[in-house]
Design a protein around this ligand. Structure first.
Ligand code: NAD
Length: 583
């Protein structure tokens, strides 16, 4: 073949038209590998050279054409879970095409690959299972985790997302079914921040489950045992962390996801200074919520230091957000004590106050205040007593921002801030419609799960912001990976929050949006990464040298895209044959 082509080499254009990927694989295995498969986009030359001619219909398709086929099929489907299964099927067959389809319609498909549908997919994991994705490590693998990592086919992993499945979204303990979460999060690393998919490793750690329904389900796929809460759990996680850095290097990013409250905080404190790690439920949530507050502050024209915030819920999300708000207030000149005084919390036992019968855990201590005057028996009482300018719902307990609560916020504030962040949609503290209607369009609203735009009776339309962590973790991850940050300090999340809030335009604020449109997430994440990379180099937190002089072009030059590689050296990319896809 080569000798037949050589005489016409001089006809080649001077610049290769697209990239050449070297592969040892040939024939059917090349097509069965989602990383190398291009489906009908293999050119005729490639089919001939790679031994796949005849294994595909004769037409050579462009990626545009392929994407159109999948988009049309997706549009026909009504059930979100059906769409999820279909999309994940594309990922298993043709990775670049999967990301192409996802990125073309990210606003529409984000709720499918991530919240809320991924939650449904996790609960149904054993029933919709096709092929395993990610790495499964069980408590019985203790002592062998390093060799299990050796079974993972990729050697250049830079980011790991790990869960132990104990607190999946707002759905509770789903054990090994929680794998849907690291898989989904890492899809967003790639789709939103262009982090190469082969460098991402999803992991579930199976120490059993306390979910009785799963333990009785014959299709369950994890260990049929109660959660191990002994020292063996800690030893297992320690071994996992050591094995990851031993195999992939010290600056491998390890994102903790959906661990139960107690373990999430413990592990975050334990590993914060030792590994390159963060907990998205605590730190990522904190940054996205703070960004919403900072955008709201722009809209209201009142500095963050003048706000008083009342949380519904005092768990991972609430404490993470509260601590970052304190940091933001301190940056504006307040002392830590003054800032903490501005933040109140109300949990399932009532207001967090000194001497209440229920013990407050150590992480909550900073926000436990003296009992306010008056009798606080309900969240409504708390609102009327504390008189907050913002209420943030992160209880996972459903519609607890009642009509009376919303109206009270409306009478206490000209422009109340109402964030109903609990997921999924059914657990949100209130709907967008209630928030806007009951405050006559005066509130600044954000939710965790998406809500449709709301039209008031006078015709005004409000587009609720979705305080989705996806605005933060891909951009932060990209910055951390590129700059070689060793320990991700909270200040990095403060910078990320500011970078996000700055990207909301005045026009978007006027429409009620506190976050940029999700359709723009790729640019938002990359821009955030640029800002964070600039910050960490300036602060001496970056360890990849030489320092890139031009951070913007440096970050952008690393971003992965979905264009197919050519499997032929560019000497074969000669003109005169018009079936070359060049997508
Ligand atoms: P968690 O279990 O750590 O904390 C839940 C808190 O809510 C606890 O303090 C609990 O006492 C309190 N609570 C429970 N029932 C209550 C009730 N009836 N009244 C008052 N308080 C009650 O959970 P978490 O990680 O903090 O997550 C909480 C919710 O926030 C979940 O629904 C989660 O999906 C959501 N969340 C949203 C985002 C986001 O939108 N970006 C991010 C993270 C978490």
């Amino acid at each position: 073949m080569l000798s037949r082509l050589r005489p016409i080499l001089s006809l080649r254009p001077p610049v290769p038209a697209y990239r050449w990927a070297h592969t040892k694989e040939k024939g059917k295995p090349l097509m069965l590998n989602p990383r190398t498969n291009k489906s009908m986009a293999f050119t005729l030359q490639e089919r001939q050279m790679l031994g796949i001619q005849g294994l595909l219909p004769p037409k050579v398709e462009t990626q545009d054409n392929q994407a159109m086929r999948f988009q049309r099929n997706l549009k026909k489907m009504k059930d979100p879970l059906e769409k999820y299964v279909y999309l994940m099927g594309i990922q298993e067959r043709n990775e670049r095409l999967f990301y192409r389809v996802l990125m073309d319609d990210i606003e529409e498909l984000m709720p499918i690959v991530y919240t809320p549908t991924v939650g449904q997919a996790c609960t149904q994991y054993g029933h919709i299972f096709r092929r395993p994705k990610g790495l499964f490590i069980s408590i019985h693998d203790k002592g062998h985790i390093r060799s299990i990592l050796d079974n993972w086919p990729e050697t250049n992993v830079v980011a790991v997302v790990v869960t132990d499945g104990e607190r999946i979204l707002g759905l509770g303990d789903l054990g090994v079914y929680g794998m849907g979460i690291p898989v989904g999060k890492l899809c967003l690393y790639t789709a939103c921040a262009g982090i190469r998919p082969e460098t991402c490793l999803p992991v579930v750690i199976d120490v059993g489950t306390d979910n009785e329904t799963l333990l009785r389900d014959p299709l369950y796929m994890g260990l049929y045992q109660k959660r191990d809460r002994s020292q063996a759990y800690d030893d297992l996680i320690d071994e996992f962390m050591e094995a990851v850095v031993d195999k992939y290097g010290q600056d491998t990013l390890i994102q903790f996801e959906d661990f139960g409250n107690h373990n999430a905080f413990r592990l975050m404190w334990k590993y914060k200074e030792k590994y390159c790690t963060f907990n998205d439920d605590i730190q990522g949530t904190a940054a996205v919520a703070l960004a919403g507050l900072l955008a709201a502050q722009r809209a209201i024209g009142k500095p963050i230091t003048e706000h008083r915030v009342l949380f519904l819920g005092a768990g991972e999300a609430a404490l993470g957000i509260a601590n970052l708000i304190v940091m933001a207030m301190m940056e504006k000149g307040m002392t830590q004590a003054e800032a903490r005084e501005k933040i109140w919390m109300y949990d399932e036992h009532g207001l967090l106050v000194k001497n209440r019968p229920q013990e407050n855990d150590g992480n909550q201590e900073a926000f436990v205040h003296d009992c306010p005057p008056g009798n606080v028996q309900s969240f409504l009482d708390a609102v009327n007593t504390i008189k907050p300018s913002a209420i943030i719902g992160v209880s996972g307990a459903g519609r607890l921002f009642t009509h009376d609560v919303i109206k009270a916020m409306g009478s206490l504030n000209e422009q109340p801030i109402i964030f109903a962040l609990s997921n999924p949609t059914t657990k949100a503290e209130c709907t967008a419609e209630d928030a806007y209607t009951l405050t006559n369009g005066r509130c600044l609203f954000a939710s965790g799960s998406p809500f449709d735009p709301v039209t008031l009776s006078d015709g005004r339309v409000f587009t609720p912001g979705q305080g989705n962590n996806v605005y933060i973790f891909p951009g932060v991850a990209l910055a951390v990976i590129l700059s070689g940050v060793r320990h991700i300090q909270d200040i990095v999340f403060l910078e990320a929050a500011k970078a996000l809030a700055e990207q909301v335009t005045d026009k978007e604020l006027a429409e009620g949006r506190l976050y940029p449109p999700l359709s723009n997430i790729r640019e938002v994440s990359v821009q955030m990464a640029v800002t964070v990379v600039e910050y960490v180099y300036a602060q001496g937190m970056a360890f990849h040298y030489p320092e890139p002089l031009e951070k913007n072009s440096f970050v952008r030059s690393t971003v992965w895209d979905t264009k197919y590689d050519s499997f032929l050296p560019d000497i074969y990319d000669w003109p005169g044959v018009n079936f070359n896809p060049k997508t």
